[in-house]
Design a protein around this ligand. Sequence first.
Ligand SMILES: [Zn+2]
Length: 183
Amino acid sequence: MAKVLKVLIYPDSVLRQKAIAVSEFGKSLAEFVEDMSETMYMYKGIGLAANQVGELKRVFILDTEWRERTEETKKVDKNPIAYINPEIISLEGSIEYEEGCLSIPQVYGLVERSETIGVRYQDVTGKSFEKELSGLNAIAFQHELDHLNGVMFFDHLSAFKRRTLLEKFNKMQLEKDRDSKGD
Ligand SMILES: [Zn+2]
């Protein structure tokens, strides 16, 4: 049965490392992807990269629609897609979106990304695919691919906005630590 993995929180150093290409496609990769899905849904994310659960493998999963469907229809309709060794082969246009991240919870920033991207990736069996993504799928793909290269979404913000976001996050962490100590 799939299990919920521990999500690393910034500034964990694994979040700043580059993940390594996957060369073995088998049962353990499929199980890892299932655990990642379980974890993403548990934390109500729309994407999760392997770095975020402490594995330096070029793997991420996306399901950008499930929260919307859940709210509208009151039923859980999940469709996680695993992207193994993902790459971007074309970029077009630009789009801004208020991004957040499970590894730096409760802070958000407006990031500019390409609006439409052509991507290439493998599935858990090693089969190669190419497709075009746009809108939220394109945004989330670029956010997760950044994770595999040790990049966080706030790296795309201006120095001032980045500092403000990190100060806010650090302050919340300190308050959380104080609350959990009960004084
Ligand atoms: Zn993230």
